[in-house]
Design a protein around this ligand. Structure first.
Ligand SMILES: Cc1ncc(COP(=O)(O)O)c(C=O)c1O
Length: 433
């Protein structure tokens, strides 16, 4: 088969074409390659298949819905599944998050949350709040809002000046003080969060609309916030009337042992963005959870359409069917809290890599972990990429970002499979130069 036409996302296309890695079937914890080789999924696809692959309830719900009603608009119209799914989501969301806006991806959820924040201040007569604050190494997808507020240099540098009025606070990664932390690091949380106070003071906090962060930064390499960090961000935002947005595209739906990361970390934002595991990755969809007070502020505005925002596929019926079946599967199997049962074993298996060749840090939280390698001089990222290829050839899918191996298996993972993932990493990193 020719493989010329597909311009692959976030991929070294020329390198891939020379040595393709293909997946053609999946079930439970495993993928299979077209040649029939089994691959253990250490990354839940791309942080999204939290209930494991091809779960029967979800497959059946999608099959049924696509035959019953393939599509229906949600602009000035409605269909029952969108209302039902939103109610089900509000019921598992932290208290107060009673309103759900549907999108199609994490990137769209990020941009939607930022737009809601700006419009919220404006409808309340505080239209001077137009500034947005993100964090270095933050990832909020690839659309213009999320890209601007995100803080990953490679994702920004080719795309012009971005949005005006966007600022970044310091990231939280500090190997000099916190290497090999188990769970939340102990050092520096409050001091790092105080950087928000500095940025606010510089720009006048009464002009800031929102601060957006991931509770645990995922894509930049599983950066767990030190103790006290998120609490301090919350405190500063509250003091200045700034909305706090948690991007829970990865941490939502059980990744950290509670339905949402906010609950696990004990800090409540004002808006929560999600996607990925919302439908178990089966059908693209995102959802933005909003506190009732924010929604109610819009309802006090002029009559008519309150928010000029939405997507053709907001609340797509097939995605809603998949999402409802995902929630049923999670409820039946206790998946939204299962990570907490496995966390100790996961942590021990991960930290057994301390002392392995090239390893300069291991960190973990919930069912997330990262193994950071010393970069090869003059070739950043090469060592981890080679380890990734070796692990894949040995039958384990891991993920790498720069020289960090990031792990997030489906939440149905069993202990022997956890051991196998870390053994494959040990073998791979020992074998690379
Ligand atoms: C925290 C976070 N936000 C946003 C996104 C973007 O999601 P999507 O790729 O669905 O647009 C991701 C994707 O990894 C993410 O991790």
């Amino acid at each position: 088969m020719r493989r010329d036409a597909f311009w692959m996302p976030f991929t070294a296309n020329r390198q891939f074409r020379a040595a393709p890695r293909l997946l053609s079937r999946a079930e439970g914890m495993y993928y299979w390659t077209p040649e029939g080789r089994q691959v253990l999924d250490g990354t839940a696809g791309l942080w999204c298949v939290n209930a494991g692959h091809c779960r029967p309830k979800i497959v059946e719900a999608v099959r049924r819905q696509v035959g019953e009603m393939d599509y229906a608009p949600t602009f000035q119209m409605g269909h029952p599944l969108a209302f039902e799914f939103a109610e089900r989501l509000a019921a598992i969301a932290p208290p107060g998050f009673a309103k759900v806006f549907f999108t199609n991806s994490g990137s769209e959820s990020a941009d939607t949350a930022l737009k809601i924040a700006l419009a919220y201040h404006r409808v309340r007569g505080e239209g001077q709040r137009y500034r947005l604050i993100g964090r270095e190494r933050g990832y909020h997808g690839v659309n213009f809002g999320g890209m601007a507020v995100g803080g990953i240099p490679t994702n920004r540098k080719a795309f012009g000046p971005g949005l005006a009025g966007v600022y970044h606070i310091r990231h939280t990664h500090d190997l000099s003080r916190n290497a090999f932390s188990k769970g939340q690091p102990l050092q520096g949380g409050v001091e790092l969060a105080d950087d928000l106070e500095r940025v606010c003071a510089l720009h006048d906090p009464s002009t800031v609309a929102a601060v957006m962060v991931e509770p645990v930064a995922g894509s930049a390499g599983v950066l767990v916030p030190p103790r006290g960090y998120l609490e301090r961000l919350r405190e500063i935002c509250t003091r200045h009337g700034i909305l706090l947005i948690f991007d829970e595209v990865i941490t939502g739906f059980g990744r950290l042992g509670e339905p949402f990361g906010a609950e696990r970390l004990g800090v409540m934002p004002d808006i929560i963005t999600t996607a990925k595991a919302l439908t178990n990755g089966t059908i693209p969809m995102g959802a933005v959870f909003v506190r009732s007070e924010i929604f109610e502020a819009f309802m006090q505005g002029p009559q008519g359409i309150e928010l000029f925002h939405g997507y053709t596929y907001s609340g797509h019926p097939v995605a809603c069917a998949a999402g409802i079946a995902m929630l049923d599967t999670c409820a039946e199997e206790g998946l939204l809290t299962r990570a907490s049962e496995l966390e100790k074993h996961w942590e021990e298996a991960a930290h057994a890599l301390k002392g392995a060749r090239h390893v300069i840090d291991v960190r973990n939280f919930g069912l997330m972990a990262a193994v950071e390698l010393e970069p090869r001089p003059g070739a950043p990222g090469a060592r981890a990429f080679e380890a990734f290829v070796r692990a894949f050839e040995a039958g384990v899918l891991i993920r790498v970002t720069a020289d960090i191996i990031a792990l997030s298996p489906p939440l149905i993972v069993e202990k022997p499979q956890i051991d196998r993932i870390f053994q494959a990493i040990r073998d791979a990193v020992s074998a690379v130069a």
